[in-house]
Design a protein around this ligand. Structure first.
Ligand code: FE2
Length: 921
């Protein structure tokens, strides 16, 4: 059932001609365990999968030399073409590959040693292989790959080719794109093969399709040109490949010891003990994330030495952190690749900005913010390479001085005043950068769950009367609560424990906050109240204040300032939780577990791998320079040095795997209820909720694709339970990668096809739709920082004010707001980083755009993928028509940025749309 073509008989229509038999070339006809010679005829014993009737008897041909009677021989010649992607270094230098020693390898025609492995064992139960050296052929300028060729002499009774073992004779690692044999067998590699000088073990690749030699003792070699998917469940792996499958996985798991080297390909777990730098300064010491005290997902183990100042902390390095070599594409990607661009921003642009803006604090006027887009920041001349890598940011390098000039964000371009308005403040909770925090109010009064002894009275100061006053005329408070018209952005209990600690840091402040919203009859949200809370501190009691949209000047400015505080909370939550934690961070354990436990020939590996591209690389870069102690996030976001601890709290208190699929996420926030009659099985509490409406279309498409795929490879439930690789994978995710939550009762079981569909759909959605919704709008929505300040640096003017402070506020409230906003250095650093984070790489791989070779090789899977692709293509038109529907006021209207973040496809650059398969930036 898994390989339906296997038992078909060979037909003459499917026969391939014999290719130049016994043109030996560079073939080596020996084997590590079972040698073959083209001149020795053997009877084919492999009839397991193809029972072709021989065209002619071969009983009398045993002693006939193959070279004399080629049609009666027992071996055939198969040519192989290997394609290698050039590294950036080799492409730029114009050399072929490698150095002088490698040139010798080329001359000798011994660049790589390839050893084909049969799916069948020989009569003694040993592995059958055929070897050949590959010789450099050419550089193909059209497709920018180097090609190598080799020739194998394959005995008739070799059986199906199931794998190839590769030895790299060069002194440098090489990136193998694919190996194609002219009998139809293809190995899709997309992987580094290290020099044999560095890694002794041969690299193993399994076929993604194969032809079957049906001849055996035939006088004519019968090849059946029938593609066969070689995604095998562990129990169905051909006997001869089982040990290779196990060896490959074992090498990927490593032994958990020692420091990882760049050529390693080992996936192992570690805690986040490398964010701090206690060796540099005690102020840069940070707690370990991961473990009982600060629960957190695991990251890839690098094994760097521990700090002499803190035995719990791993030392840091200025170099990129180790990631398994197959996750590192920096050598073969274009210079515009996101991680490289981000690296350029972090290591070149940020220091320049810091230097140029040194000594400046707040923006003196709003017009000075506009200058960032109109004139830019004058900086000293920069290296030409940086300017070419960052053409959107760095201008004018030919002159004596350069300019870092920002593109006008879409929100500002369409409506300069949108950031100021209340309805836009609310709309962005449904169609902005962080559309996954809003929740339904289900209980009243609003109460804190924190300890009142420490944090003060738990009752919210937002009373029924305040709400009634704000929504009066529409309905009563009780009606609004009963009819699910009240919603909330609740950052009270998460932030309040950090308020006193953050307030001890220089240049910042913090509150716990609640923002109450009312759903109007036109389907838009209207703000009702904002509550800011400070816990008891320094002998002062708890302070809390409720702000409402109001009709007097002082109240109106206080309302604007309260909104700035809430937006800084939402910005921090978005970056630390919705973006980093819920996509980048939680996915790393999925990637590690997949590589440790699912063989590259496992169908679920092949389903998930496209969703994992580049994620470990971008995560390693984030640990190096974004989320580290003193890094960009700590320096520019509201919780300061406590950012990552807060992230750990959110993981501990809020994150649940079973709530990460979009429908479950919506239901958990009260934004939807299950409804089997509704199009996606859920009914939304806010009908015009652009993120949910578009996201459900993508989620459903993913789920259907996953269902077709899973049900094909697992036609019976018992196959899921008995798949030891799959069970080990899921066990690793639950108990190691997310081990701090291993005892949670909500982890889904993995016993049936539906369980598996649910699990893989969740992972695929998180990597694609969820990440795109919270990532690619960052510059459009937060590039003009008054719309989403990352930090609110000053307390509210009415919190224990001095007479002088209050007078300052009354006299020039605009100054108070500008002082509250990020400083010039903070704002421009964030703008630079968001610009890169919002950008699509030229070689982005969008969801449903490209079929994987292994999927294409299997007709049923190919058809399912094409259906998936068709559904995604339809989304473009559906989203366009939604955005032009005037009735959908949360995505269509004067000056609004249309909601395009979940449109599947995009051009390069910052476009505010496009859903890549994976978290690549
Ligand atoms: Fe991201």
């Amino acid at each position: 059932m898994l390989k339906p073509t296997i038992n078909q008989s060979c037909s003459l229509n499917n026969l391939l001609p014999l290719h130049k038999p016994f043109v030996h070339g560079d073939a080596i006809n020996n084997s590590s365990s079972s040698a073959y010679s083209p001149t020795i005829l053997r009877q084919n014993t492999s009839t397991k999968k193809c029972n072709a009737t021989p065209a002619r008897s071969t009983s009398a041909v045993g002693n006939i030399k193959a070279a004399v009677l080629p049609f009666l021989t027992k071996a055939t010649t198969v040519k192989g073409v290997i394609t290698i992607k050039p590294t950036i270094r080799s492409a730029l230098s114009g050399v072929i590959i490698g150095d002088v020693a490698d040139g010798v390898s080329d001359l000798l025609g011994r660049s790589f040693l390839l050893e084909l492995v049969s799916e069948d064992l020989d009569s003694k139960g040993k592995r059958k292989t055929v070897k050949a050296y590959a010789r450099y052929k050419a550089l193909d300028f059209d497709i920018n790959v180097y090609t190598y060729e080799c020739t194998f002499n394959i005995p008739n009774d070799f059986g199906e080719i199931g794998a190839v073992m590769v030895e790299n004779e060069y002194s440098k690692k090489m990136f193998f794109k694919e190996i194609v044999l002219d009998n139809g067998v293809t190995f899709t590699c997309e992987s580094w093969v290290q020099s044999k000088n560095d890694v002794q073990a041969k690299r193993i690749f399994f076929t993604n399709k194969s032809t079957r030699c049906c001849g055996g003792a035939l006088t004519i070699i019968w090849w059946r040109k029938q593609l066969i998917t070689i995604s095998y469940l562990p129990s169905e792996t051909p006997e001869a490949l089982k040990s290779l499958r196990a060896e490959d996985l074992e090498s990927l798991r490593g032994n958990g010891e020692g420091q990882r080297k760049s050529q390693d390909r080992i996936y192992d777990y570690d805690v986040y003990n490398d964010l701090g730098a206690p060796g540099l300064s005690i102020s840069l010491a940070r707690p370990v994330l991961g473990g009982e005290q600060h629960p957190y997902p695991r990251r890839c183990r690098t094994g760097r030495p521990m700090s002499t100042k803190d035995p719990l902390s791993e030392t840091r390095t200025i170099l990129p952190f180790y990631i398994p070599c197959d996750e590192d594409f920096s050598e073969i990607k274009t210079v515009q690749f996101g991680a490289r661009t981000l690296y350029s921003v972090l290591h070149a642009v940020i220091p320049i900005l810091k230097s140029a803006l040194s000594g400046r604090d707040k923006f003196p006027l709003f017009t000075h913010i506009d200058l960032l887009f109109n004139e830019g920041v004058n900086v000293p001349p920069v290296e030409g390479g940086i300017a070419s890598a960052l053409p959107r940011l760095v201008k004018g390098v030919e002159t004596a001085k350069a300019v870092i000039k920002f593109e006008t964000p879409e929100t500002l371009d369409r409506d300069k005043f949108s950031w100021f308005r209340d309805e836009e403040f609310c709309r962005q909770m449904l169609a902005g950068l962080n559309p996954c925090s809003i929740q339904l109010v289900t209980e009243w009064p609003l109460m804190s769950k924190l300890d009142p002894e420490i944090y003060g009275p738990p009752e919210s100061a937002i009373t029924k009367e305040i709400v009634q006053q704000e929504i009066g005329g529409c309905m009563t408070f009780d009606e609004a609560l009963a009819q699910k018209k009240l919603f909330m952005l609740d950052y009270h209990d998460l932030l309040l424990p950090y308020v006193n600690k953050v307030r001890q840091l220089e240049g910042t402040t913090l509150y716990g906050s609640r923002t109450l919203l009312f759903l109007t009859s036109s389907g838009t949200l209207r703000p009702v109240a904002i509550e800011l809370t400070r816990p008891p501190s320094d002998g002062k009691p708890q302070w809390k204040q409720v702000y409402t949209p109001t009709w007097d000047a002082t109240g109106a400015w206080l309302w604007k300032l309260a909104k700035a505080h809430v937006l800084s909370h939402d910005s921090a939550y978005h970056q630390l939780v919705s973006h980093w934690l819920r996509s980048h961070c939680v996915t790393e354990p999925y990637i590690i577990a997949t590589n440790r436990h699912l063989s590259q020939m496992h169908p679920i590996n092949r389903l998930l791998v496209p969703h994992f591209r580049y994620t470990m690389q971008i995560n390693a870069l984030a640990r190096l320079a974004l989320i580290n102690a003193g890094g960009i996030i700590e320096s520019t976001f509201a919780p300061g040095k406590y950012c990552m601890q807060l992230c750990s709290d959110a993981y501990d208190q809020l994150w649940r795997f079973d709530h990460e699929a979009l429908p479950a996420d919506l239901i958990s926030r009260g934004l939807a209820v299950e409804d089997p009659t509704a199009p996606h099985g859920v009914k939304l509490a806010i009908e015009d909720y652009p993120f949910a409406n578009d996201g459900l279309l993508i989620f459903d498409a993913i789920k259907q694709w996953a269902a077709s795929y899973v049900n094909y490879y697992y036609p019976q439930a018992n196959l899921v339970e008995s798949d030891e690789e799959l069970q080990a994978w899921w066990n690793d995710i639950r108990t190691v990668g997310h081990g701090d939550k291993k005892d949670e009762p909500w982890w889904p079981e993995l016993k049936t096809q539906d369980d598996l569909i649910r699990i893989v759909s969740t992972i695929m959605w998180v990597c694609s739709g969820h990440h795109s919704a919270v990532n690619f709008g960052q510059y459009d929505f937060a590039g003009y920082f008054p719309n989403r300040p990352t930090i609110a640096r000053t307390k509210m003017p009415d919190e224990d004010p001095t007479a002088e402070d209050w007078q300052t506020f009354l006299k020039r409230p605009e100054d108070v707001l500008l002082s509250c906003f990020p400083s010039q250095i903070q704002a421009t650093q964030v703008m630079s980083v968001l610009d890169v984070l919002s950008s699509h790489s030229p070689d982005e791989e969008y969801i449903g755009a490209n079929i994987e070779p292994a999927w294409e090789a299997e007709p049923a899977i190919k058809a399912a993928f094409e259906e998936f692709q068709g559904r995604l293509n339809q989304l473009e038109g559906i989203i366009d028509s939604r955005n032009s529907d005037p009735l959908l006021k949360n995505r269509s209207g004067a000056g609004l940025v249309p909601y395009q973040l979940l449109k599947p496809y995009s051009e390069n650059g910052v476009t505010g749309k496009g859903v890549p398969n994976s978290i690549s930036i």
